[in-house]
Design a protein around this ligand. Sequence first.
Ligand code: ADP
Ligand code: MG
Length: 751
Amino acid sequence: MYVRGVGPRWAEMLSAKGIQTAEDLLYHLPFRYEDRQHPRSLDELQPGEMASVIAEVRGAILMRSRKMPIFELTLGQGRLALKCLWFNATYLDGKFNAGQTVAVYGKVEASRSTSNFKMIQPQFEVLPDSSDDAETRLLEVGRITPVYESLGGSRLASRWQRKVIFNLLESSRGCVPECLPESMLARLNLMDREAALREVHFPPEGTPPALLQSWATPAHRRLIFEELFFLALGSELKRRRLRERAGIAFATSDKVREAIREVLPFHPTAAQKRTLGEIVSDMRAPSPMRRLLQGDVGSGKTIVALQAMLVAIENGYQAALMAPTEILATQHFLAARKLLERSSRRYRIVLLTGSLDSDRKRLNRGLINRGEAQLIIGTHALIEEKVEFDRLGLVVVDEQHRFGVVQRFRMMKKPNQAEPDMLVMTATPIPRTLALSLYGDLDVSVLDELPPGRTPIVTRRVPDERADEVWDFVRKQVKLGRQAYVVYPVIEGPADDQPELDFPDELAESMAQSNEKHAALPSKTLRKGKTSGLFPKVDPGAAGAKSGLKSAVAMHEKLRKGPLAGLRIGLMHGRLDADEKEIIMRQFQRGEIHVLVATTVIEVGVDVPNATVMVVEHAERFGLAQLHQLRGRVGRGAAKSYCILMTGQRVSEVGEKRLNALVQTQDGFELAELDLSMRGPGEFFGTRQSGMPGFRVADLLRDRELLELAKVEAERFVDPTTCDGTEAERARVWARLKDAWQRRYGLVEAG
Ligand code: ADP
Ligand code: MG
C-alpha cells in the first residue's frame, strides 16, 4: 500500500521494525503526549516532577570541560529561565537559534546557583515557526501533540511519524473497516475503530492528560480491547477444536485405585486430592486433556503427576514425563523407580536424555517403541531423538511454559491413534490473568497448599565481606546433619554457564536468538558437550577473576581447600555428562555430599528434603523468579531452612528491590506480581521462548480487566447460540483473526 511520505527506502527501514503495513503504522501508538495547548509555565514547576515546557531560546553554548563536553541551552519565559543540559552532545552545537520556540520534556531539578530550574538531558523539539509549512504547525503547536518512539534515526523520528500518520488518517477517512460487531461495541460502550485510531494519535481538545498518559481514554480502551479480544478468540477456538478431536477415555476402576494406593508414600494434601480429581476427570472424558497444573515450589506436583501417569499405565497406555534439565529428569527417574518398587506390579521405567551413550539410547528407544517401557522419563531428547511410542496415553511436561513442546509431542504418537492427554506443570507462579493469556487454551488446576510440616525459610542478605560467617554457618548446619547448596552464576568463566546447556542444541540456539544475554555468548558455548573436547579448559581462577565473577568451578576448589575444608563437597553444572550428574545427584540425595556447589542447573525441581541451606553468591545477578526457584530447593523438610543471598558492593536500585522483596515474602504469587510490575511480562517469561504473544497496544499488567472482558466476549462470540453478530460481521471477525494470529502471534497451527 502506498502511504504518502513513505518511500521504498523508508519502507524497508520500517519493515525492519516490524511495521509492514499501513495498519501496523496506525497501531504504533504515541508513547506519550504533550499538552501544547496549555503548556506549563516556568513559575508552576516543582522540583522532582516530569514536566513539559514550551519556552523561547535565550542562549545556547557548548562547554568543553575537562571531563566531557556539555551542551547548555537556556530557555526563557518572562524573567524566568530554565537551563537544559546535555552531556557529550556536541551534535547539538548550532541546532538552536535565539528566538526559536522549543518544547522540552524532562525531570525538573532545582538549580544550585540560582532560583531557576534545570533539566538534565530532556527530550526536545524545536517548534515550527511561520516559515514552516502549515501542516507541521497544525500538528505540533497549540494542541495535544503525540510523541512517538523513533523508528530509526532522526528521519523516522516523532515529527515524521506525526505527519505520515496524520496523512494516513486523512486519506482513509470513512474507510477504516470496523472489525468488531456493532452489538458488541454497543454492549461494551466502545468507540468505533476509525474514531479510536484518530483520537489515539490526535486526541481531541480537552482530553484529560492523566487519561492519555495511562492509556485509559475511550480510544485507547477500544484498541486494547480489540487486541485482547482477538487473542482470547484464538485461544477459545483452539480449545474448542481440540475438544472435538478423538482422545482416550481412561477408566478408573478399583484396580487402578489400588495400584495408586500401593505406591503413595504419604497422605496427599487436600489440594493434591482436588487437583488430581480435576486431572482424572479430564482423563476419563473422551476428548484430549490439556491441563496446566500450577503450584508454587515445593507444593508437591510430582506425586500428583505420577498418580495420573499410573492411571494411564494401568489402562494399558504409556506415560511420558519430560523435564527441562537432565538433572531433573534423572531425579524424577530415580524417585519414580524407588516409588514404584513398592508396588506389587512390575512397571518398566526408562530414562532418555541427550547425553546417554548411544547404545543405551538405542536400547531405550526400542523399549519405548515396542511398548515394553510403560513409564518414560526424559528431557527434550524425547522429542529430539524422534522416539515413536507404541501407545502414548499421557504426556506430562514438568516445569515448562512453552507451547511448542506440547505441539510437537502430538507428532510422537502413531498415525491414527487417539490424541494423548497432556498435563503441563509449572512452579513459575503465573498471575491469573497471565495464565489466562499464555495458556488460554489450557484448563488450569492450582495447587494452593503446601504439604504439612514445613517451616518458613529464613531469608537473609549478606554482603560479601561477611562470607566467613556464612561458611561457618554452613559448617554448623552440616554438623547438625544437614546439607547445603552454594550457587554461582557461571561454571568457569564470565560468559560461560547457562542452565540451558542442559537443553538440546536447537533449543539453546532459539533461546540465543530470543535473548540478548544468550546472544552475547559465543555460539560455541551454547553447544552441548562433554567436559573435554568442545570446551577448551579455562583456568578457573583467571577467567573468574577478570570479570570479578566467582565461578562454580573455581569456588568449588577454593571452598574445598579453605573455608569448608574437611566437608564433603560436590560440584554440579550443566557441562557434566549424564552419568556424572546422576552419580553426584545420587550422592547428594543419600547425604554423602554435604555441600553441593552448583550453577543454576539445580534451579528447578531438585528435591532433597535434608538440604536446609541455600547460599546464592552474586545474588544480584539473578532474576526474582530464579531466586525464588533456587530458594525453593530448601524448606522441603521439617527442619528450619535458610536462604542466604550474598552480594557485592554494587547492586542496582532494581536489584535492591528484588532482594528485599525476597527477604520479605516467600509467596511465589506475590513475587511474580512484583516481578511483573518491575520488568513487564515479556521479560518475566522471555517473550519468544514462552510463546508469549507480543502485543501492539495491550499490556497484560495494566489491562487485566479488559482481558477478562475479552475472554467473556470471545466465548460468547464463538458459541452460535450466544453470538449476536451479523453474518457479515462474523466473516470479518474470522478473517481478521486468521490474519492477526498468524502474523502477530504465530500461534495458530494447522489442524
Ligand atoms: P514441586 O511442586 O516443587 O515439584 P515436589 O513434587 O518436588 O514439589 O514435592 C516437594 C516435596 O514435598 C517432596 O519431597 C515430596 O516428596 C514432598 N511431598 C509432596 N506431597 C506431600 C504430602 N502430601 N505430604 C508430605 N510430603 C509431600
Ligand atoms: Mg517439581
